[in-house]
Design a binder for this molecule. Structure first.
Ligand code: DOR
Length: 438
């Protein structure tokens, strides 16, 4: 019997592939025992609740620095923990873009001061070697349409040499150009799906798979893209991929209801794509669900279809919506936990995250399964101040814990900005870490 810091008592805890009635003991931020008889300084009563590993969202755009009128590290990370997300991976398309040492250090300093959630920072396709040494977790998302093929090949080679994973936004510029041109004078929102057809994604994925052995495909949206990933995996390529909740939950038909607010890249697709994505996710061919949380303000989203910025917010609603999908038998609980926690940790090599097991960080999302509610933008925490999921049923966490601390409980953020810690990537040089910690 040991004196522990904290115990989560009487809950149904998800580990070893199922929910089990055990007490979860925490010491020094880690899960110290599952079951067993100990005493603790503090008890969290989880009677009637389920205890899941916190979600790891490997694709968020927190906009800080540069676009903090849309989101900053405090609002973005609060939104994350309010949705049961305990680690995020921030993307480099901030301003200045996170492509070199200076911008990386600037973002790291802001995030360390303001984030409530644990975080990784991706580097952009700039000073790849330097970014790796500074602790970037991956290089990307790399927008294929921003680069000529020879340049892309160079970036991929350098990324591989630095031991980092390239993460790819796959849409082919030529296909987009060809299809956009004839539509330019028209304004109907649904044209946007025609301007960036399935072929744009498929062609870009084909191309990238020829260029590299190890790659992660962001926000897969088409059945054709999924087939290409499947075939590559069968051949033994080290390829992983993610799907965003909006491509699982919306189709072209939703243009009618939400118009330009649903503009995103890649765009809304057909029912056949949506069905294929669900099936791919169920089978595990799609490894991960990631939000592609891309906050823009309602005033901006109202603009004309060509000028409105692409993207929808989603970090806070991802796990709550996926739990409803489990409830509707669209997905098993095991696959959901795998796609939102276990596999994201594996893909990015986050050794202490993603599972409930002794020795792991006590990153937990605790839910009352009877407390489903309607999503309302005014109850969410993102600076975006709107959601494409208004009115949908969702199951939000009652409590979110990171490294054994209660961060969020009963609708309130408990932790102070600055609680969140950086989890550096595999290329971090010890000498750099020392200087960063000084
Ligand atoms: O719709 C999108 N918005 N897709 C992306 O890949 C980027 C994102 C953003 O940063 O707004």
């Amino acid at each position: 019997m040991t004196r522990m810091d904290r115990v989560v008592k009487n809950g149904r805890v998800y580990f070893d592939g199922r929910l089990q009635n055990v007490d979860l003991w925490i010491m020094d931020g880690k899960i110290a025992d599952l079951g067993g008889t100990h005493s603790a300084e503090e008890t969290i009563d989880a009677r009637g609740k389920i205890v899941l590993p916190g979600a790891i969202d490997i694709h968020v755009h927190f906009r800080d620095p540069g676009y903090t009128h849309k989101e900053d590290w405090e609002t973005g990370s609060t939104s994350a923990v309010a949705g049961g997300v305990t680690t995020v991976v921030d993307q480099p398309n901030t301003a200045p873009p996170t492509w070199d040492e200076r911008s990386y250090r600037t973002k790291l300093e802001i995030a360390e001061r303001r984030s409530v959630v644990d975080f990784c920072l991706n580097g952009g396709p700039g000073q790849v070697k330097k970014l790796a040494a500074l602790g970037a977790s991956a290089i990307g998302e790399i927008f294929t349409y921003d680069h000529e093929d020879d340049e892309l090949q160079k970036i991929l080679n350098e990324t591989a040499k630095s031991g980092l994973l390239p993460t790819i936004h796959a849409e082919d510029l030529e296909v987009i150009r060809e299809n956009t041109e004839p539509l330019r004078d028209r304004r109907e929102p649904e044209l946007y799906s025609m301007a960036r057809p399935n072929r744009a994604e498929a062609k870009a994925i084909e191309n990238i798979l020829e260029m590299t052995e190890r790659v992660h495909i962001c926000h897969l949206s088409t059945s054709e893209g999924l087939e290409l990933v499947r075939a590559a995996k069968k051949k033994g390529k080290k390829v992983s991929c993610e799907v965003a909740p909006h491509h699982l939950l919306f189709t072209k038909r939703d243009w009618r209801r939400q118009g330009t607010f649903l503009k995103m890249n890649p765009p809304l697709r057909d029912f056949k794509d949506k069905d294929a994505l669900w099936e791919g996710l169920r089978k595990g061919d799609i490894d991960v669900v990631a939000s592609d949380h891309a906050p823009h303000l309602p005033e901006e989203k109202k603009d004309d279809i060509w000028d409105a910025p692409p993207g929808v917010p989603g970090v806070e609603t991802m796990l709550p919506l996926m739990l409803m999908a489990v409830r509707s038998n669209l997905l098993s609980l095991d696959r959901m936990v795998d796609a939102l926690s276990r596999r994201p940790a594996k893909i990015l090599g986050l050794a202490s995250k993603g599972r409930i097991a002794v020795g792991m960080d006590a990153d937990l999302a605790i839910f009352d399964p009877r407390a489903a509610s309607d999503i309302r933008a005014d109850r969410l925490h993102s600076g975006a101040e709107w959601t494409p999921y208004e009115g949908r049923r969702a199951l939000f966490p009652a409590i979110t814990m990171i490294r054994g601390e209660v961060i969020y409980a009963d609708g309130e953020r408990v932790a102070k900005p600055g609680f969140g810690r950086n989890i550096p990537g595999p290329g971090l040089k010890r000498v750099v870490r020392t200087s960063l910690e000084e």
